[in-house]
Design a binder for this molecule. Structure first.
Ligand code: ATP
Length: 426
């Protein structure tokens, strides 16, 4: 089995990710997150949200609706751009108009191209109840549009001054032509976005700032930060002066986008001003200057981060498989075991310790099989610390704490256990 197959199998076996609608044969491009997957995904989203809104001044969040007025997608360019006949590269998935192609090879990576087809990757739905009178609408193709739509609302209701940011975590839907590679290219996925609004003269400064900040954030999460690289785009949108991707570059993803850092200029607010007829300009209260704010966007994928983190964390050592996940990301922070499952006094004490931790951190209780198997089982899902209650515990109220990565154990008083684990998690 290659690494990807091992991770996919582990995800299914241990309850991280299941194929959607599996009992009906599956549903291509859709996945469900299981009990461990949802813990890990929520950890990631919490970390992102805290870093964006608590650790940075002048950033607020929103949670926009999935369906917007259909005109939004005309203003954004998606209706037009997503319905021209295009050829898609089977390798990098970039799409090209037939006129731009000299040969049947991708100009970006040399991959094979599909026949030109009319793509509309926006997912359509209908609003209304009376047949024949239903209105066509779209599930959002990218989460950021609701931020632009609420720019004025947020500005007016939050005493904000430029520069400031609005961030959001939310679902996006695309009828991808070639969904695949597990969570990498799905039809329903989740994005975390920041739209940073600034004065046009400060774009250069803020673009570089966010490019570096976002890289630092990802580096802090990954076990092998060296596998994260910047990719500079050569082909740019007409409003962009530069664009970078943060890529994960390790087997089997040899340079694949996790997040894009985009120079959007005044494109989005100008387009929505034009299509809605509403002025989305900004007046500087100090100088009186009126202008359309420019935007630096950082748009990343929650699911791709999730997948890359698992690939990055997967380790095999002799017969031991373990996920060397950052403890902040791991689904369980600790597991608690009685040394022997059939000794009532050990089980009782272990339950007590388990319950004392449970309201503070995610913790698992396990009294099946032998202790070695339980360690292996927790290693495989990335639990950083295993706490064992043995006969000495009954005498002196101490427990052993085993470290996932080194398999080394230390003895600690139960009274210090929670504090010790919380300190490690800091
Ligand atoms: P790609 O070129 O790989 O299709 P993109 O440039 O279309 O990506 P964006 O529109 O910039 O992607 O979306 C921002 C982020 O959303 C991406 O960096 C990626 O992490 C995530 N993303 C985009 N499409 C998908 C998808 N089909 N499945 C999972 N995540 C996705």
């Amino acid at each position: 089995m290659d690494l990807m197959e091992k991770v996919v199998s582990l995800c299914k076996r241990r309850g991280f990710v299941y194929p959607n609608s599996e009992i009906y044969g599956g549903n291509q491009g859709f996945y469900d997150f299981g009990p461990l997957g949802v813990e890990m995904k929520n950890n990631l989203k919490r970390l992102w949200w805290k870093w964006m809104t608590v650790d940075h001044e002048n950033i607020v969040g929103i949670d926009g609706a999935i369906i917007t007025h259909p005109k939004v997608w005309e203003a954004s360019g998606h209706v037009k751009n997503f319905s021209d006949p295009l050829s898609e590269c089977k390798k990098c998935h970039h799409r090209f108009k037939q006129d731009d192609l000299a040969e049947n090879r991708c100009p970006d990576c040399g991959g094979e191209l599909t026949e030109p087809r009319n793509y509309n990757i926006l997912m359509q739905t209908q609003l209304g109840v009376i047949e024949g009178e239903k209105i066509n609408a779209y599930l959002r193709g990218e989460a950021c549009q609701t931020i632009y739509l609420n720019f004025k609302n947020v500005l007016q209701t939050n005493r904000l001054k430029i520069p400031f940011g609005i961030c959001q975590i939310g679902k996006a839907f695309r009828n991808e032509v070639t969904p695949g590679n597990f969570l990498f290219r799905q039809r329903e996925f989740e994005q975390w976005d920041l739209q940073w609004f600034c004065h046009p003269s400060e774009m250069e400064k803020w673009f570089d700032y966010w490019k570096n900040e976002r890289m630092l954030w990802y580096q802090g999460l990954f076990t092998h930060p060296d596998n994260l690289v910047f990719y500079r785009h050569e082909k740019l949108a007409h409003y962009a002066e530069k664009a970078f991707d943060i890529q994960y570059s390790a087997s089997p993803f040899d340079g694949s986008e996790i997040e894009g850092i985009h120079w959007r200029g005044d494109w989005d607010l100008s387009r929505h001003s034009e299509y809605s007829g509403q002025d989305l300009g900004y007046t500087d209260q100090g100088t009186g200057e009126k202008y359309t704010p420019n935007i630096v966007e950082t748009s990343g994928g929650v699911d791709r981060t999730f997948l890359f983190l698992l690939l990055d964390a997967y380790c095999e050592e002799n017969d031991r498989v373990f996920l060397k996940l950052n403890p902040k990301v791991a689904p369980y922070k600790a597991a608690v075991f009685p040394l022997l499952a059939n000794k009532e006094e050990l089980v009782k004490k272990a339950r007590e310790v388990f319950l004392s931790l449970k309201s503070e951190i995610t913790v698992s209780f396990d009294d099946r099989g032998n202790i070695g198997k339980r360690y292996y089982s927790q290693d495989e899902i990335g639990t950083p610390w295993c706490v064992t209650i043995d006969y000495q515990t009954l005498e002196d109220n101490t427990v052993t704490v085993r470290d996932r990565d080194t398999a080394k154990q230390q003895r600690l008083p139960i009274d210090n256990l929670l504090k010790h684990l919380l300190n490690l998690l800091k």
